[in-house]
Design a binder for this molecule. Structure first.
Ligand SMILES: [Zn+2]
Ligand SMILES: [Zn+2]
Length: 87
């Protein structure tokens, strides 16, 4: 997938990875989680636990997601909001 990244996509990805976790707010660097494979601008910053954690992770049982009432789309919304409010 990385080999399909355009220069702009790569810049966007490194920007996303600098952000705090979109679910729990843990300080960056974060993982970039792609909501849909191959859509390079549809990604959100997640800490290791909210990303890959077996209990809390989006790829696991999503406990913290449910407790905090977050979805991939709500986190994407917050991420885009962050991008525009920084500038
Ligand atoms: Zn987190
Ligand atoms: Zn992921």
């Amino acid at each position: 997938m990385n080999n399909k990244l355009t220069p702009g996509g790569r810049r966007y990805l490194s920007f996303i990875k600098e952000l705090p976790c979109g679910v729990c707010g843990a300080a960056g660097p974060s993982d970039a989680h792609h909501i849909e494979q191959g859509l390079q601008y549809v990604c959100i910053p997640l800490c290791k636990d909210c990303h890959q954690g077996g209990h809390n992770g989006i790829h696991g049982r999503k406990s913290i997601w449910n407790v905090l009432k977050k979805t991939e789309i709500s986190v994407l919304n917050d991420t885009v909001k962050t991008v525009f409010e920084l500038n």
